[in-house]
Each structure stands twice: as C-alpha cells, then as structure tokens.
Write a protein that binds this ligand. Structure first.
Ligand code: NAD
Length: 246
C-alpha cells in the first residue's frame, strides 16, 4: 500500500490511460487524471469514480500547460511520486506514402509524444526526486522498435521516447527510476474506430502466442509491475501478447 502517494497519469480520460488510472487507484495510489480541456467531462467523471483521485486538465504538448499541470498537482496533492507519460497521438499514413507525412505532421506528433513527454518529466523531476522512490513510466509502442505502426512519424516518435527513457534513467538515479511500456495492439477508442482495427485484430489473434489483442488492463498490469520493480531502470517492456515472436 503506497500510503498517501500520488501518481499522475497524462491522457487518462480514455483508453490505456484510464486503465492505468483505475489500476493505480485500486492499488491505493492517489491518482491525478489528466486530459486536454476538450475531454474534461470524461476525465472529471473518471476521477469522481476513483477514491482519492482528482482531475487536472492540461495539454501536455504545451510547455506552459505541462508545467502548470505539475504545479497544480503539487498544490492540490502536496507531492508527486509517479509520473506516467501516456498522452499520445498519431496521424495514420501508409508508410510508402512519403509525401503525406509532411513536416507539419511530424511536428504535431513530436510536440506531444516526444516534447510533451520530455517537458512534463522535467517539470516533475524535482518533486519525483523529493519523493524518495520517484518513478517515471513512459508509454511507447511496439512501433518504436519494430517496422510497424500507424505512420512513420508516429513510429519514430516512439523510438525517440524509448531512447529518452534510457538516457533519462542514467541521470535521474539514484532517486528516480525511468522505464517504459511498449504495447502492441490494444482495444481502445484510438484504434476501434478505425477501418484497420478488425482485420489487424484478427491477424494478431491468429499469430500472437497469447491469441488475443491487448486490453488497457494488460498495459496497466505492466505499468504497476515497473512501478514496483525497485532495482529496474532504463528498461522498455513489450506488452504485446508475444506478437513480436510471430
Ligand atoms: P486514446 O485515444 O483512447 O486516449 C488518449 C488519451 O490522451 C485521451 O485521454 C486524450 O484525451 C488524451 N490526450 C490527447 N492529447 C492530449 C494532450 N495534448 N494532452 C493531454 N492529454 C491528451 O488512446 P490510447 O489507445 O489509450 O493511447 C494511449 C497511449 O498508448 C498513446 O501514447 C499511444 O501512442 C499508446 N499506444 C496505444 C496503442 C493502441 O493500440 N491503442 C498501442 C501502442 C501504444
């Protein structure tokens, strides 16, 4: 039981982030649910369901808003022990369509997935160091290390998150551990609305050793495991039902 410890999960009004928030609240953490203000209704509703939780809106791709998010957590909760950088975005583009992946799309994706992860971590680092057992878990993707994913800019942004995880782990210790979870296909609103979900889900279920797609709770299990893994830092844990073996 983590006493009165506080975990901030970015982008947790939906999907994987919501699954992580539920799991950590169930484990006894005081959870801060976050999303952009446009999803405030869903974020506030989830926080209201979870004992001891609160909701703080912020666009973590925005430098001022991500800094303000951490300040608000410290004002309202008094401490910060765990940061889960989950907020992410993509623009689906077939990989061979090089001209569709414009510089503007690269910047949009990197602003949230890479720079958002960086600036929220930097803003949180003093509080995480003070925690005594500070921990960052970044949410990457199987696309960060395999030739796959919804677009090349997205896959490269997740590769950047994975290397950032290792480089930060070198300098954040001994007070703070930094790890990442790289999910395969997970059933969330992000993917279920797209045309490719059903065929890819069927393919994953046919070839993955665990014979099914992932659920947000599967990713949350891995996040909770890394939070508890007190001598592990700089690691990226694939959570893909073994599909990388197929
Ligand atoms: P989702 O669309 O269900 O949830 C995304 C969440 O992020 C929402 O709560 C949204 O409000 C929030 N968000 C979006 N932009 C934000 C911003 N600028 N600031 C703060 N919050 C913001 O998506 P998901 O499938 O749960 O994806 C969550 C993470 O998991 C992403 O980083 C994604 O890359 C990663 N991922 C997903 C899958 C998958 O198959 N679903 C696979 C691998 C990795």
């Amino acid at each position: 039981m983590p006493d009165d410890k506080v975990a901030l999960v970015t982008g947790s009004s939906s999907g994987i982030g919501a699954g992580i928030a539920r799991r950590l609240a169930g484990d006894g953490w005081r959870v801060v649910v976050n999303s952009r203000a446009s999803s405030a209704g869903a974020g506030a509703a989830l926080a209201a369901e979870l004992p001891g939780a609160g909701y703080v809106p912020a666009d973590v791709a925005d430098e001022q808003e991500s800094a303000r998010l951490v300040e608000t957590v410290l004002e309202r909760f008094g401490r910060l022990d765990v940061l889960v950088n989950n907020a992410g975005r993509t623009v689906p583009i077939p990989h061979p369509d090089l001209t569709a992946a414009t510089p503007a799309i690269w910047r949009e994706i990197f602003d949230l997935n890479v720079i958002g992860t960086w600036q929220t971590t930097v803003a949180a680092m003093p509080a995480l160091r003070k925690s005594g057992a500070g921990c960052v878990v970044n949410i990457s993707s199987i696309a960060g290390s395999r030739p796959a994913g919804s677009s090349i800019p997205y896959a490269v942004s997740k590769a950047a998150v994975e290397h950032m995880t290792r480089l930060l782990a070198r300098v954040a210790g001994p007070e703070v551990r930094v790890n990442a979870v790289a999910p395969g296909l997970v059933e969330t609103p992000w993917v279920t609305g797209s045309d490719f979900f059903t065929p890819i889900a069927e393919q994953v279920s046919a070839i993955a050793p665990l014979r099914r797609v992932g659920q947000p709770a599967d990713v949350a299990d891995a996040v909770a495991a890394l939070i508890g893994a007190s001598y592990t830092t700089g690691q990226v844990l694939l959570v893909d039902g073994g599909v990388h073996l197929a």
